[in-house]
Design a protein around this ligand. Sequence first.
Ligand code: NAP
Length: 275
Amino acid sequence: MSRTILSPRIRTALVTGAGGGLGRAFAEMLLAEGVEVWGTSRRPDSLPMRERFHPVGFDLVAGDLAAEALIARVERESGGLDLLVHNAGFGVFGGLLDQPLAVWRAQLDAMLGVSFALDRAALAAMTPRRRGTIVNVTSMAAEFSIPYLAGYNVAKAGLVALTESLMFEAGEAGITAIDFRPGDYRTGFNKSMFAAPPSSCSDSARRVARRLDAILAAAPRPEHAARDLRRALARGRSGVVRSGSFFQTVLAPLGARLAPLALRRAVMARYFAAR
Ligand SMILES: NC(=O)c1ccc[n+]([C@@H]2O[C@H](COP(=O)([O-])OP(=O)(O)OC[C@H]3O[C@@H](n4cnc5c(N)ncnc54)[C@H](OP(=O)(O)O)[C@@H]3O)[C@@H](O)[C@H]2O)c1
């Protein structure tokens, strides 16, 4: 990344989940652009100490008050937040029968309820200034449900709908809202997803898990997503930005629009080795 194109329009940014994977690549890209970055992790001590980077502790499971407090803190310390990149997220792998309702609810609270609280607080802070950008990192899983990840699929589909609603209201307030929708990227996502596998994993679930690992191992690196985000931020327009391989961002959505639902389901089952 040579020329800086984001600052001075974007001077300050908050990236949730900045310790690894996509979030770290987003934070690095913004730092290279001259932006001052507040980055969160559940273990802020593990984040690097460097110029213009401010580590902040944040846990999605701490709930909406913690999300509001996070935005208030960054507003105060930065003198005004220009960009929120809400990237933190996680998957809980397992069949519907393996997951107690409490686990399902906890994932939706953490990934959807907290997203609402973060977006709402950022929108409230940015509105009086009539400037700012809110990016929600959603997922292609919102369009193509991943087997054995029901809670994740629902949370990301909800986040897509939330971002669509936000786009409308943000537009009225002079604020940009972006649904940044990654396909597969080579990060630690699967490792944390499989950290606590359900004890009663079926053969089909095991097959899908192996396939998901193989897909991620062959996926693009997070820097690719950071370049896409940089371009989207430079454009400064609200909308959906699909990011990933040509197959996942162009061919699959096009095929899905044209193919009948039954064919689409059959292709998906083969792709994920679910049958
Ligand atoms: N990789 C992909 O293929 C892919 C595809 C589509 C969408 N996405 C989305 O991209 C985002 C980043 O994922 P990634 O692929 O970079 O995975 P990752 O390497 O596992 O990173 C996930 C990030 O989220 C944070 N996080 C996880 N659980 C958290 C919690 N309970 N509270 C606060 N932070 C938490 C982690 O921070 P700490 O561990 O430091 O706290 C970490 O920085 C996620 O929203 C994911 O759904 C990823």
